[in-house]
Design a protein around this ligand. Structure first.
Ligand SMILES: NC(=O)c1ccc[n+]([C@@H]2O[C@H](COP(=O)([O-])OP(=O)(O)OC[C@H]3O[C@@H](n4cnc5c(N)ncnc54)[C@H](OP(=O)(O)O)[C@@H]3O)[C@@H](O)[C@H]2O)c1
Length: 199
């Protein structure tokens, strides 16, 4: 089974971890304070999950990035190489006080990609509020939609497999550049929408 490492075990990271552990993915959770601080969360989630350092989480096949934008660079610093790593970027370029971060006209996912040389970045799981992401994705006779985008078709296929296995419905928004106007928060038209794909 694919291993998933999570950088950032706050509201979004924990919501995602509950789904991946429940679906049987070996999941490693990490935060800024070290594995000891995550023992209670790991015990509560139960199986298929352990706490680790950032470096340990980043050894997984797939790394889920869920740290606040202002801590991004410091959070990824312990990882020596991103070459070939599949990274799911769930971040939003928001600074404290809900201020939009300066991006120099680039999609935020491009900024993230530039910080992770060699990584195959797929942007996903950034448009749902954490409480909605945490809830059962089966609703109203269908599956909650998760948008995803990226420039590497094989990486996107792998992320779609995860999205589907967790019980969500993946909707492909194209490349990182194409998707930004729709998927990015703030500014995009899709964040905050709770869409259900009916079967
Ligand atoms: N909240 C939402 O509804 C939502 C929805 C979509 C996307 N997002 C995006 O998801 C990301 C996370 O948001 P959140 O609400 O989950 O934030 P959060 O609850 O504040 O959690 C942030 C996590 O990042 C960790 N972290 C901070 N600095 C770190 C570092 N230097 N190294 C390792 N870990 C570090 C924190 O560690 P400690 O616990 O040790 O402090 C914490 O576990 C943000 O980019 C946000 O924009 C959030």
């Amino acid at each position: 089974m694919t291993k998933i490492g999570i950088l950032g075990a706050g509201k979004i990271g924990l919501a995602f971890a509950r789904h991946t552990a429940r679906a049987g993915y070996d999941t490693i959770l990490s935060n800024s304070r070290g594995p000891e601080s995550l023992q209670a969360a790991v015990a509560e989630i139960g199986h298929c999950i352990k706490a680790g350092t950032t470096e340990e989480a980043a050894t997984a096949d797939i790394v889920f990035l869920s740290v606040p934008w202002q801590h991004l660079e410091e959070a990824i610093a312990p990882v020596s190489s991103w070459e070939g790593k599949l990274v799911i970027d769930a971040t939003n370029p928001v600074l404290p006080g809900m201020v939009a971060a300066p991006l120099d006209g680039k999609p935020s996912s491009q900024v993230v990609s530039e910080l992770l040389p060699g990584a195959r970045v797929v942007k996903a799981f950034n448009t749902l509020l954490f409480s909605l992401l945490a809830s059962d994705p089966h609703e109203a006779g269908g599956n909650r939609v998760v948008f995803y985008s990226g420039d590497d078709p094989a990486a996107k296929k792998s992320v779609l497999e995860i999205i589907s296995r967790l019980g969500f419905a993946g909707v492909d928004l194209g490349t990182l550049q194409d998707s930004a106007k729709l998927q990015q928060f703030p500014g995009g038209s899709l964040p905050g929408l709770n869409l259900i794909q009916l079967k």
